[in-house]
Design a protein around this ligand. Sequence first.
Ligand SMILES: *[C@@H]1O[C@H](CO)[C@@H](O)[C@H](O)[C@H]1NC(C)=O
Ligand SMILES: *[C@@H]1O[C@H](CO)[C@@H](O)[C@H](O)[C@H]1NC(C)=O
Ligand SMILES: *[C@@H]1O[C@H](CO)[C@@H](O)[C@H](O)[C@H]1NC(C)=O
Ligand SMILES: *[C@@H]1O[C@H](CO)[C@@H](O)[C@H](O)[C@H]1NC(C)=O
Length: 367
Amino acid sequence: MILWLCLLLEMVLVSTAARGPPRVSERVAHRQSVRLGRTMKLPCPVEGDPPPLIMWTKDGRNIHSGWTRFKVLQHGLRIKDVETDDAGTYICKATNGFGSVNINYTLIIIDDSGARGGAGAANGDSEHGPELAGKLVRPRFTQPAKMRKRVIARPVGSSVRLKCTASGNPRPDIVWLKDNRPLVDEEGGAGGDGKKKKWTLSLKNLTPEHSGKYTCHVSNRAGEINATYKVEVIQRTNSKPILTGTHPVNTTVDYGGTTSFQCKVRSDVKPVIQWLKRVEPGDENKFNSTIEVGDHRFVVLPTGEVWSRPDGSYLNKLLITRAKEEDAGMYICLGANTMGYSFRSAYLTVLPGQRHQTLTDDKGILH
Ligand SMILES: *[C@@H]1O[C@H](CO)[C@@H](O)[C@H](O)[C@H]1NC(C)=O
Ligand SMILES: *[C@@H]1O[C@H](CO)[C@@H](O)[C@H](O)[C@H]1NC(C)=O
Ligand SMILES: *[C@@H]1O[C@H](CO)[C@@H](O)[C@H](O)[C@H]1NC(C)=O
Ligand SMILES: *[C@@H]1O[C@H](CO)[C@@H](O)[C@H](O)[C@H]1NC(C)=O
């Protein structure tokens, strides 16, 4: 009996002693390489008590179920049909209540499809060598290490250089596209003077309009390759939005009629404007998803475009067509930016008017 108690006590002590942040249980190679088209697995050997939650990121972005070729398994990340763009920095983050641990990887993609066609010549760096007449070498990127970061976030006013240094025989040409449309020269500063500049797209004095997908197409007679960068220009602000003017205002509409609420938001960066409607008592189960604010539940309504006005404010309208009884109630306009949010509410009253509804339905006008 005593022995049994001691054993139990020891087990409890051992197991409580083991509780703590996750730890890496095996050595891993932080640089990994894989050939194009293959399937590979990046291991994440971690243990912990409580068992940690595992999350993977690639170049800072969460890998989720929308990434169809990727699968987060119990002890690693599987990548199927590896593509050139899969190159990058992968981090496995294991977290439990005590803390977290990261395992990071640099993944290199080996593309030897060019080498086969190039009959040996592709092994040398033909950018610096003489062009061998007759020997076609399809283009390849010669500095993949400088192209790993494909999603680039930069503050307004800063600059960014996108690189697509490549070689091939004959010497390839490069074309840059923004959101799939050819870039006008003056927009980017691509091409132009000097060998080095040819492969680099410099974007200076960034504005939000610079945000987008930039693709370089590098081609010669032997083939074509491309790479895409996503640039996000982030606006900074020191103040949360303010709702200005009198809107939204209490509004009354006939049954079946059309009306709208307006919301005017002042903000030095483009705000997110969102309309919410308070869920009336008894209607809680009518909606798939509601959010709770204070004592009330709200549904998030689909929002139309946010219009920018010359006076620096932003306007959004919520249109209510063919008003029904259940449209009546409290509406909230919420203006938000990175510094915070402000909101205002107004009520919609729907006047009963069965005749009006019948009329419009018969003629089918109000749609
Ligand atoms: C990757 O891991 C090493 C060693 O743990 C660390 O020095 C480095 O900062 C990590 N890099 C990133 C991007 O987390
Ligand atoms: C870019 O290259 C990939 C192969 O890496 C190819 O499948 C794709 O069609 C190319 N995109 C364009 C727009 O040429
Ligand atoms: C708007 O309607 C609500 C509810 O009927 C009322 O409490 C509020 O005072 C009204 N606001 C204005 C400005 O009339
Ligand atoms: C709730 O979800 C179902 C199925 O996903 C969908 O058909 C329905 O339109 C949704 N209802 C609302 C009010 O969003």
